[in-house]
Structure formats: structure tokens, C-alpha cells
Design a protein around this ligand. Structure first.
Ligand code: S3P
Length: 435
């Protein structure tokens, strides 16, 4: 399916953003690991989270969707059964990497597969520590790529220094750690800590000091919970950037403001935008608030590097779009992890924005943008990557003429409400599918 996007002359709106994808994955998994009934409201209805639900069901967990909530009957850490068939993680790296941690604690045999994109994503980053803990794991191409087969059980605790800052790897080790007398994970720089916050909510006590997360003697079973998931700041970022480059203002309600995820807010402020947080509260052991973005359309260029990168790794493609409208040279570096996402996001965003007349250069670990650029509508490819499709759609909304984005249905992977929201803000004609 192709998307067609037309210029949107003005954005002045208020939006409620769907539930956070990262937190929903973890809530589903911890609900399955806990003993008793867990309820989850405000969850993400995206395809990736549905994939996690399906895989958990294939492991014998009862999960029902009722009106506005998900109900999980957890049977404890050992309450899973051996799957009869392959576990298809489709496009979802979070599903595959986090579940591998849980499956490493199970005595039975399981095989995880994925789609074309997931089969190209590195799994040695979880396989190495999980093997060190005692799981028997094999994977394709010298234990590097999916499919992955796991026979777990009899794990021992480890102290592990992550070679790359990755919340998925950290979480995989912490989840496997539930089957040991403790693990310590050291991060090169802080990454999203939703797993730690949720494990605490489910009754464990994790300690954190100097980038080290300590899970000590997790012998108790997790206690089932009633959860409300905050809005997804990564989904909100597409609309924050629309507020920034189209303007004059947008208000995004009930968005998660976990400090490991708010890099996009810090950078938009550095670009000279007015970003105000209102109605702060705590939900699901996570900070939440409304984000108001206002612009007078003069944007400063930015440099983003180092420990800032993990705080906005998923927002870098849409930040590139914002940088095309800044007055000067913006530099994104230390972001080579972008090449290992659903597609090579450095190549994909550079190719897409160039087609739209942006002055953007690829570098080995990021890109350089020389703004401001008058974007022109063009035909671009999403490469089946949801964040590339939505970033190019935002660029199309501020470009002259029409933009066509090939392979656009992938937006459902993280943000099924994206199209409806764009139509609400910019009118029915601003975005069309099936063209
Ligand atoms: C995620 C962590 C990040 C992020 C991904 C979701 C998570 O990946 O890019 O979209 O839910 O833990 P890495 O762990 O590979 O950095």
C-alpha cells in the first residue's frame, strides 16, 4: 500500500497519543510471568505488541482482550508450556530479544523466527550473555541471526557489561535473571528503564548505581497488577515535529516522560522551540504529562551525539526532518545503531529526504543536514520501516506538492492511529492510503 501526502498549511491541535509500545511489550510479558490476573489499560494496539500477545498465547498463557483492557492469567515464572510450533516474532525485535530471556529460563525447546527484516538483525548481542548464563542457544550464521533455537533451564547469575547501549539486551538479561540468584548489568550509557520500573511495580527490588542495574535474589514470584500504560513519546515525536515545522502549536496529552526517553524534548528546546510540560503525574511507575510545542518557525541547527543518542534513538529519523528546516548545519553522530534497526535508517532517511530536495549527507554513524531546505513532494520508499514511513510523511506535510510513500502499511507496526490523527489535524485530503 502506498501513502499519498499533501501539504498541510497549519497545525493547531490537541491529540491523545496511543499507549507506549515498549511498556506494553513488557507489561504483557511481566503479566504472563506473574501469578494471577493482570489487567492492562491504555495499551498499544500496534502490530508489534499483538505479536508479543500471540507468541505468549502460543506458550500457553491465557490473554483476553475485553473492551478497553487486556486480561492476562499469569501462572508464574514456570507457567509456560512447550510450543508445538515455531514462535513467529514477525517484525518485532523487542518480542524476540526479551522473550529469549524468558525462554532461557524454561527447560523446554523453542524456536523463534521473524520476517525478512528481523532475520537480518543481530541476535548475538543477546545470545552471548544468555549462553554465559547457561542456556543452550543456536542461531543461523555462526549464532548471529534468527531463527534462534533455545533449550533453557539451570541458569546461573552473571555480571555483564553491555558492549552497546541497548535496552532490549539489558531487559533480556534481567528477564533471564529471574531464573537465577541474581544478575548485574552494566550499561555504557543509560537506556530506557521500563523493565526495571515494571519489575519494581510487580514486587521486585532492583538497585541502580553508576549505570549498573542489580537484580539480587529474585526468588519471589511476581505479583499481578492493574496497569495503565502512558502514551508513547516516540509516536508523539512525529506530531511534535509537525508542531515544530508547520506550527503554530500542538498539545499532546498523557505522554510518557521517562527521562531515558525525553531526548527529543531536550533537542527541540535547543532548536529554539517552546516546549512546555503540563499536568505532570505518575502512572505505572512512569512520569507522564501533556506536551505543548509552539513555534515561530525559526529553528536553530543542532548537534546530537554520545550519551544523548540512546535517549532519542527512535526519534532520529523525524529529527532529521526537523533539521531540514533549521537555519544552518545539523550533525547527528555516534548513531551507527540506526543501521541495525528495522532497516538501515541512516540510508533510508537520507535517500527519502534527498528525493524531497533536502541537503543531507550520510556519514558512517549518522548524517549531516545543511538547512534550511524547501522540501518538494516526491516518490519515496519506506523500506518497510514504520518510523521511516512516518518521518517521510511528516516531511511530506511540510513539502510543496504531493509525496508518495511506497510500502506505507508498515506504520501499523508501531502507530496504527497515525493516519487518523493526521487527518484530524490537517484534513482528510492531507493523507490517503491505497494509492
Ligand atoms: C526498545 C529499545 C531500543 C529501541 C526499540 C525499542 C525497547 O532498541 O530502538 O525501538 O523496547 O527496549 P535497542 O535496545 O536495540 O537500542
Amino acid at each position: 500500500m502506498n501513502l499519498r501526502i499533501r501539504n498541510c498549511p497549519m497545525v493547531d491541535a490537541e491529540l491523545e497519543i496511543g499507549g507506549d509500545k515498549s511498556i506494553t511489550h513488557r507489561a504483557l510479558m511481566l503479566g504472563a510471568l506473574a501469578e494471577g490476573r493482570t489487567e492492562i489499560k491504555g495499551y498499544s494496539r500496534c502490530r508489534d505488541c499483538r505479536t508479543t500477545m500471540k507468541v505468549l498465547r502460543n506458550l500457553g498463557v491465557s490473554i483476553e482482550e475485553e473492551d478497553d483492557k487486556i486480561i492476562i492469567q499469569g501462572n508464574g515464572r514456570y507457567g509456560f508450556s512447550e510450543p508445538e510450533d515455531l514462535l513467529d516474532c514477525e517484525n518485532s525485535g523487542t518480542t524476540m530479544r526479551l522473550l529469549s530471556g524468558i525462554l532461557s529460563g524454561q527447560k523446554f525447546y523453542s524456536v523463534l523466527i521473524g520476517d525478512n527484516s528481523l532475520r537480518k538483525r543481530p541476535m548475538d548481542r543477546i545470545i552471548i550473555p544468555l549462553q554465559r548464563m547457561g542456556a543452550q542457544i543456536m542461531a543461523r550464521n555462526h549464532n548471529r541471526f534468527p531463527p534462534i533455537s533455545i533449550r533453557g533451564g539451570n541458569l546461573k547469575g552473571i555480571r555483564y557489561e553491555l558492549p552497546v547501549a541497548s535496552a532490549q539486551v539489558k531487559s533480556s538479561i534481567l528477564l533471564a535473571g529471574l531464573y537465577t540468584d541474581g544478575v548485574i548489568v552494566k550499561e555504557p550509557s543509560p537506556t530506557r528503564d521500563h523493565t526495571e520500573r515494571l519489575l519494581n511495580l510487580f514486587g521486585l527490588r532492583l538497585l541502580e548505581k553508576e549505570n549498573e542495574i542489580v537484580l539480587d535474589k529474585p526468588s519471589r514470584e511476581l505479583k499481578s497488577q492493574h496497569l495503565i500504560i502512558p502514551g508513547d513519546i516516540s509516536s508523539a515525536s512525529f506530531f511534535m515535529v509537525m508542531g515544530a515545522i508547520v506550527g503554530p502549536r500542538i498539545r499532546l496529552m498523557n505522554v510518557g516522560l521517562n527521562p531515558t526517553r525525553t531526548g527529543i524534548i531536550d533537542i527541540l528546546k535547543k532548536m529554539g522551540l517552546k516546549v512546555v510540560i503540563e499536568n505532570r503525574k505518575e502512572v505505572c511507575n512512569e512520569p507522564v504529562g501533556d506536551i505543548l510545542v509552539e513555534t515561530d518557525r525559526r529553528l536553530n541547527p543542532i548537534t546530537v551525539s554520545g550519551s544523548m543518542i540512546p535517549k532519542l534513538i527512535d526519534e532520529l529519523p523525524v529529527l532529521a526532518v526537523a533539521a531540514t528546516q533549521a537555519d544552518g548545519i545539523s550533525v547527528i553522530k555516534d548513531a551507527k545503531e540506526l543501521r541495525l534497526k528495522e532497516t538501515d535508517r541512516i540510508k533510508a532517511i537520507v535517500q527519502g529526504l534527498r528525493a524531497m530536495n533536502a541537503r543531507i549527507q550520510e556519514t558512517p554513524d549518522g548524517f549531516v543536514i545543511e538547512g534550511p531546505n524547501r522540501l518538494r513532494g516526491a516518490r519515496c520508499n519506506s523500506f518497510g520501516d514504520h518510523r521511516i514511513a512516518m518521518s517521510l510523511a511528516v516531511a511530506g506535510l511540510c513539502a510543496e506538492g504531493e509525496t508518495t510513500i511506497e510500502d506505507g502499511e508498515c506504520i501499523n507496526i508501531s502507530f496504527p492511529e497515525f493516519m487518523t490523527n493526521v487527518k484530524r489535524i490537517c484534513g482528510e485530503a492531507a493523507i490517503e492510503d491505497n494509492v
